[in-house]
Design a protein around this ligand. Structure first.
Ligand SMILES: Nc1nc2c(c(=O)[nH]1)N[C@H]1C(S)=C(S)[C@@H](COP(=O)(O)OP(=O)(O)OC[C@H]3O[C@@H](n4cnc5c(=O)[nH]c(N)nc54)[C@H](O)[C@@H]3O)O[C@H]1N2
Ligand SMILES: Nc1nc2c(c(=O)[nH]1)N[C@H]1C(S)=C(S)[C@@H](COP(=O)(O)OP(=O)(O)OC[C@H]3O[C@@H](n4cnc5c(=O)[nH]c(N)nc54)[C@H](O)[C@@H]3O)O[C@H]1N2
Ligand code: SF4
Ligand SMILES: [Mo]
Length: 692
């Protein structure tokens, strides 16, 4: 097909692999020479609907960037210095396999730790050949908690499944609440349905300490104190029950623990909750009434809420709201935190945990929480971690308590391998760097956590230089280690077939052949073409089959690191730092872009808090606490509550003054359930700096 400027273009389909609920179907426009000219959203995809977010529209800048890693490298300078020499793949693989073997022989295989997250959401490159390799090795297992562990635990305990309302149905809602959800920034494909709903008279409210683009676009924005959502949810329940606005029939048939919940929430009247959350008592009263009496009503809860000390309990209490009002019964009613539970793949067939029995360890290996990497690398444990293999993640920048993480990565006796596309902060600490492909260059299969479409992507561009996919690299490493198990010879298609071999009804009739033809298939959730109402008739997947309120964990105690937490701490560090996502980037993935660097270098502060500290707009400031410090450019923002600071994550450390990132400040304290990180429970003090 011919398009403007006479360039002959071919259009090929791919799938955006970034860690985003939207998992877009991407059209790649390719010219005669095989070069991609443009990426656009697939107009035929029911969720993507013809557009991509701004950051991925520009993805070809990354794809063809002169700084892409193209060859294996061996470190030639000090750890962290970023000095490397090119080596061959054979040299790299020989060295890695020899070092891993030696460590396994002397310290036991659990001295080896993989570290990965969702740099790609592809199943094969994210939790496929890598898992097989580390299981066969007997390496420590990684508890992948860094993002959503508290929310996941909450959904599983309360609902029994990570299911939520379909994005398509938001169009039918009359009241939409974005709760700790920066929809325009992190989930933009939900927005058109919100626009449609509002055109039909719906109201859109936002509950967030920060008034970001989404809050500004809302009918009402409620600026809540960080980490106090549990108190608000209990207050809303209080008002609903006091006024008899609950759906008693739904509650009686489908829930467990209601009486205790009613007793507990007696204590959370709007006045008390107002003091705990910084909201007005009237607003709490009205919000509860409006929520309970508007039909259908939906809550788009996102993961912002659960990145705090009481995050798990907060999610459980918020999930109770659509249960109490019976909102789940209606099209356009309910809640969405995640939809990923419907993707009931045969994960064991892909990851092969059974291979651990064949490892030198001969049993299930210990588990290490990725949110406490610094601790795992610096504290003595049996056996001490001696080798770290990082892929799909940049822990030097994104993991909490960065001072400890960098001390660990800097250990001279730690052998570190990093599989990367770019020379990240973590790659700077590697002994060996291996260059990897992007999602445009390899095969993978994708679930989604913001919709119910399963998608397949084939390579659309050639792998540049000597880059290889994660799948290929772990396949080669298995060969070098002498692993003879047949599964290490599996092709990508074999692995997809293994994943699809599942009993789940959601997958009925879905085969690789069908995926090849259709590329994107709605799971069998509900009848074909009909809306999916996961809990309209109860059918919770908990042991009791009922929604479990979990009242025993719902009493509100403010986070230790908050204005009402430890007085000793808050007297020294009175400011609450929230470091949510940057609209125009993806965690640290686009840290090489100068525009992203400028956005993530800023710190917003209420003007009165700034004046009290002699800080003016545009001034350099240092935020500090007992863990570390980080320098920012101050921005005055009168919309913030007093005592709250907001910065956008995550900058590359090496771009910031002194090479220290925002996670110097964040704590590696864990959430109440799920073992998640508490990035947004973080107290600091701020002072102007003359020179960084
Ligand atoms: N543009 C962009 N999109 C992304 C990402 C990105 O980096 N950039 N990252 C991706 C990833 S990894 C994830 S997990 C998702 C996350 O998507 P979101 O959960 O939407 O993103 P966050 O910025 O973590 O948090 C959402 C909002 O919660 C607010 N918040 C913080 N603390 C609290 C609190 O205590 N209470 C309440 N009510 N709100 C609070 C923040 O100010 C923020 O506006 O987004 C994904 N999409
Ligand atoms: N202060 C603060 N810290 C945070 C957060 C926050 O909100 N505030 N958010 C947290 C959250 S929710 C998350 S999910 C984490 C995210 O942290 P990470 O999981 O580390 O995500 P990214 O920073 O996007 O880094 C992903 C890396 O994977 C690489 N990559 C992409 N595709 C591939 C591939 O196919 N193979 C290999 N080997 N590499 C690939 C990219 O180049 C990139 O460097 O950060 C957490 N850290
Ligand atoms: S990051 Fe999200 S919104 Fe952007 S293209 Fe990828 S899936 Fe779509
Ligand atoms: Mo995340």
């Amino acid at each position: 097909m011919r398009e403007n400027r006479g360039i002959v273009l071919e259009k090929r389909l791919s799938v955006c692999a970034l860690d985003c609920p939207d998992t877009c179907s991407v059209v790649v426009h390719i010219d005669e020479s095989g070069t991609a000219r443009k990426l656009s959203g697939n107009p035929d995809h029911p969720i993507t609907r013809g557009f991509l977010c701004a950051k991925v529209t520009k993805y070809l800048e990354r794809e063809y960037h002169p700084d892409r890693l193209l060859y294996p490298l061996r470190r030639s300078g000090a750890k962290g210095s970023g000095q490397f020499q090119r080596i061959t793949w054979d040299e790299a693989l020989d060295e890695i396999s020899a070092r891993l073997q030696a460590i396994s022989d002397t310290d036991g295989p659990e001295a080896i730790l993989p570290y990965s997250y969702a740099g790609t959401m592809g199943m094969l490159n994210g939790s496929g050949m890598d898992r097989r390799f580390f299981h066969r090795l007997g390496a420590s297992r990684l508890d992948r908690t860094i993002c959503s562990a508290a929310g996941t635990a909450a959904l599983e305990l309360s609902q029994g499944a990570k299911l939520g309302m379909e994005p398509e149905q938001f169009a039918h809602s009359k009241l939409i609440i974005g709760w700790g959800a920066n929809i325009l920034g992190t989930n933009v494909h939900l927005w058109p349905w919100i626009v449609e709903a509002r055109r039909n008279g719906a109201k859109f409210y936002v509950i967030d300490p920060v008034r970001n683009r989404t809050g500004k676009a809302a009918d009402k924005h409620f600026a809540i104190y960080p980490g106090s959502d549990l108190a608000l949810a209990l207050g809303l329940i209080h008002v609903i029950l006091r006024n008899g606005l609950q759906d008693s029939e739904y509650i009686a048939r489908h829930t467990k623990g209601f009486e205790q919940l009613a007793r507990l929430t007696c204590e959370y009247n709007p006045e008390r909750v107002a003091a705990l959350t910084g909201m007005r008592a009237n607003d709490i009263e009205e919000l509860a009434r409006e929520y309970a009496t508007t039909r259908p009503a939906v809550i788009r809860l996102n993961y912002g809420v659960q990145r705090s000390e009481r995050g798990g309990a907060a999610v459980r209490a918020i999930c109770a709201l659509p249960v109490l009002t019976g909102a789940w019964r209606e099209v356009g009613g309910g809640l969405q935190l995640s939809t990923s539970g419907a993707f009931a793949f045969n994960r064991a067939a892909l990851a092969r945990p059974d291979l651990q029995e064949k490892s030198p360890l001969g049993r299930e290996a210990r588990e290490i929480n990725m949110a406490q990497l610094g601790h795992a690398l610096t504290e003595f444990s049996h056996p001490r971690v001696r080798a770290l293999v990082v892929y799909n993640s940049n822990p030097a920048a994104i993991a909490p308590n960065q001072g400890k993480v960098l001390a660990g990565l800097g250990r001279s006796d730690l052998f570190t391998v990093v599989l990367e596309q770019f020379q990240t902060d973590t790659a700077d600490y590697a002994d060996i760097v291996l260059p990897v492909t992007t999602f445009l260059e390899h095969t993978d299969i994708y679930l989604a956590y913001g919709h119910y479409y399963l998608q397949l992507a084939r390579p659309v561009l050639p792998a540049p230089g000597e880059t290889k996919s994660n799948v290929e690299i772990f396949r080669l490493l298995a060969g070098h280690m002498g692993f003879e198990d047949a599964c290490f010879q599996d092709s990508e298609d074999d692995m997809i077939r293994a994943l699809l071999r599942t009993e789940s009804n959601y997958f009925k009739g879905i085969t690789l052949e069908r995926l090849e033809r259709e590329r994107s298939i709605r799971l069998n959730v509900g009848e074909a073409g009909e809306p999916f109402l996961p809990f309209a008739k109860g059918e919770f997947q908990t042991p009791s089959g009922q929604f479990e309120f979990g009242v025993e964990m719902l009493g509100y105690v403010p986070p230790v690191e908050s204005r009402f937490g430890s007085t000793e701490l808050s007297s020294r560090y009175p400011l609450e730092l929230v470091s949510g996502k940057n609209d125009d980037s993806m965690n640290s993935t686009f840290g090489h872009r100068s525009a992203v660097d400028e956005q993530t270098a800023r710190l917003c502060i209420h003007p009165e808090d700034a004046i009290a500290r002699g800080i003016s707009h545009g001034a350099l400031v240092r935020a500090a606490n007992d863990r570390g410090s980080c320098v920012f450019i101050a921005q005055l923002d009168p919309n913030l509550p007093r005592g709250v600071l907001s910065a956008r994550s995550t900058r590359w450390n090496k771009c910031s003054p002194q090479g220290l990132g925002i996670n110097q400040l964040t704590s590696d304290r864990l959430t109440d359930i799920g073992g998640g990180p508490t990035f947004y429970s973080c107290l600091v003090e701020l002072a102007p700096v003359a020179h960084p």
